[in-house]
Design a binder for this molecule. Structure first.
Ligand SMILES: C[S@@+](CC[C@H](N)C(=O)[O-])C[C@H]1O[C@@H](n2cnc3c(N)ncnc32)[C@H](O)[C@@H]1O
Ligand code: SF4
Length: 366
């Protein structure tokens, strides 16, 4: 924990995948898995050289595909961290990469929460998404995760893939409910610049279709007690992801690995993007930071409001010009919180927040 007992997070980036999905813009590579072993050693060295980490209340192994790591490799990273008692340790897993024995190994290594990248349970949707797993593989992996003794687990879903009918999406959400997922993240498919998907307009999602699918998810998940606690996240009470809550409350965290972002004491920075560059810097004992910025007070305040607006907590009523936003926000005590309709238009509502824009400073190396 930080001085004063505030939560402190650690993000560990794993930039490797067996196959690069053509909608994905994350920093990940499918042609250099041979670097995995030296990369884990690099992570250990980067963490070792980090000065005075506070007690860590949450860890998130994100990717890429962190489930390409063996349990021993995960343990070898965790042992370098000053974990607080009861820390949440999440790991993103691709369904086709895990089995019961591996999950048991992660549990023994200290992982408390698995986030399974299901995306859909419908085979033709997974094919259209350029994924390599199928629906039955998601079901098998989710059952193994559920039986694996973790404190909590999540299913990541994507809606709005071309060719996905409302009924396909209904089957996916019903499947998530049937599997008993205590946490579901559902993202509208986003066309990211520079991806193969971005070059093919015939596969772009439709706004109205995505809105219908969002409402379907809210209805189906809400009915079984999964509460929307952020625009794209639903959880049974007590199963919220503490690491994400830290991000949304502008808490402090350190990122390790290439392309990882950090935020501490009002400054944020990020590491060089490629694993090769990262490994060369770690080997030379040099800093892995690519660039950083410090937000001014107004920028920081605006960012905080934008993040909080997307959560169940909402923003202080005084921070939002609510004129003309009838039906999109509702008052809860002295706060304004997005309604379900408002969640569909969260970006537009955010334009009405009262604060001035951010002023990035310092740029060192790209
Ligand atoms: C970076 S991935 C890592 C997890 C894992 N490799 C996987 O894909 O199953 C984290 C999540 O981001 C979401 N995601 C990635 N790219 C997206 C996009 N273009 N649109 C919507 N969601 C996306 C997916 O739901 C995915 O599970
Ligand atoms: S979506 Fe996941 S599996 Fe696909 S390329 Fe991105 S990180 Fe890898």
């Amino acid at each position: 924990m930080s001085p004063g007992g505030a939560p402190f997070g650690v993000y560990v980036h794993i930039p490797f995948c067996r196959h690069r999905c053509d909608y994905c813009a994350f920093a990940t590579w499918d042609d250099r898995l041979d670097l995995l072993g030296s990369y884990v050693e690099g992570l250990r060295r980067e963490i070792e050289s980090a000065i005075e980490l506070p007690a860590v209340t949450s860890v998130f192994f994100g990717g890429g595909t962190p489930s390409l790591l063996t349990p021993a490799q995960v343990a070898s990273v965790l042992v370098e961290l000053p974990l607080a008692g009861g820390a949440e340790v999440s790991l993103e897993a691709n369904p086709e990469t895990v089995d019961g024995a591996q999950l048991a190994g992660y549990r023994s290594a200290g992982v408390t929460r698995i986030s399974l990248g299901a995306q859909s349970l419908v085979d033709h949707v997974l094919v259209a998404l350029d994924r390599t797993h199928d629906g039955p593989t998601v079901v098998r992996a989710a059952r193994e995760v559920a039986a694996g003794g973790f404190d909590s687990w999540n299913l990541d879903l994507i809606y709005g893939t071309v060719g996905e009918t409302l009924d396909d999406w209904r089957r996916t959400v019903a499947g998530a409910v049937e599997l008993g997922a205590p946490h579901v993240s559902a993202y509208g498919l986003t066309v990211e610049a520079g991806t193969p998907l971005a070059t093919d307009p015939s596969r772009f999602p439709d706004d109205d279709d995505q809105a219908d699918k969002y409402l379907l998810a809210e209805e189906a998940l809400g009915t079984v007690g999964l509460v929307s606690y952020e625009v794209s996240n639903w959880a049974r009470p007590g199963h919220e992801c503490r690491h994400n809550l830290l991000y949304w409350s502008q808490g402090d965290y350190r990122g390790f690995g290439c392309a990882a972002h950090s935020h501490q004491d009002g400054r944020r920075w990020w590491n060089v993007r490629t694993p090769e560059r990262y490994l060369a810097l770690v080997a030379a004992g040099e800093a892995t930071e690519a660039a950083g910025e410090r937000l001014d007070e107004a920028g920081r305040r605006l960012e905080g409001l934008q993040l909080r607006l997307r959560t169940r907590q909402g923003v202080p009523a005084s921070a939002l010009d609510a004129g003309g936003l009838d039906g999109l926000v509702e008052a809860q005590d002295d706060h304004l919180v997005l309604t379900v309709g408002g969640r569909l238009l969260a970006n537009e509502v955010a334009l009405r927040l009262r604060a001035s824009p951010s002023q990035p400073e310092v740029a060192r190396r790209t």
